[in-house]
Write a protein that binds this ligand. Structure first.
Ligand SMILES: CC[C@@H](C(=O)O)C(=O)SCCNC(=O)CCNC(=O)[C@H](O)C(C)(C)COP(=O)(O)OP(=O)(O)OC[C@H]1O[C@@H](n2cnc3c(N)ncnc32)[C@H](O)[C@@H]1OP(=O)(O)O
Ligand SMILES: [Co+2]
Length: 132
């Protein structure tokens, strides 16, 4: 498993892009809306992995709920795997609760699956695999 990205929940993507563009001295390399998750994302390259900023597109988005409860901040950590179905099966057998039973299409050309934070020390973990 390899670190892939850190997901940051933001209230205003334009403002957050401006802040992180100054920090990284570069612009996001892409912006993408994933309607199934109710988010618009932007991605920055970092020296090691990526940073994903997420703004809610609707009130029932996980990002809208998170911001309403906790405010903007670190939302999830994503790890790349070679075979997402095999990892999902392995982790399910280990007793983790998967938040989706089938891989779903995420941003930046990935299949994704989330583990429930109640099993992972309150850290939402995303598994992802490149869509070939
Ligand atoms: C763009 C696509 C993709 C990519 O390609 O990178 C993404 O990153 S999409 C990211 C957005 N999508 C998701 O987060 C999907 C998975 N998340 C969920 O299914 C839900 O958000 C959740 C984690 C199951 C929580 O939903 P729900 O139970 O409806 O919300 P509550 O507000 O009632 O929270 C219950 C419980 O969980 C805690 N919580 C919620 N979010 C997080 C979080 N990000 N990290 C840690 N803990 C979280 C919340 O605080 C509650 O805890 P208690 O108060 O102790 O009960
Ligand atoms: Co993500």
């Amino acid at each position: 498993m390899k670190f892939e990205h850190l997901g940051i929940a933001v209230a205003n993507l334009e403002e957050a892009n401006a802040i992180f563009s100054k920090i990284f001295a570069s612009s996001p390399y892409k912006t993408e809306t994933v309607e199934s998750e109710g988010v618009t994302t932007s991605f920055f390259h970092t020296g090691n992995g990526k940073m994903e900023l997420l703004e809610a597109t609707r009130e029932d988005s996980p990002i809208a709920k998170f911001i309403a409860k906790k405010g903007p901040g670190i939302h999830h950590v994503a790890f790349e795997v070679e075979d997402i179905r095999a990892e999902m099966q392995r982790l399910k057998q280990e007793g983790f609760h998967l938040l989706n039973e089938e891989p779903k299409r995420g941003a930046d050309n990935k299949w994704v699956c989330f583990l429930h934070p109640k099993d992972t020390q309150s850290v939402l973990i995303e598994l992802c695999q490149e869509i070939l």
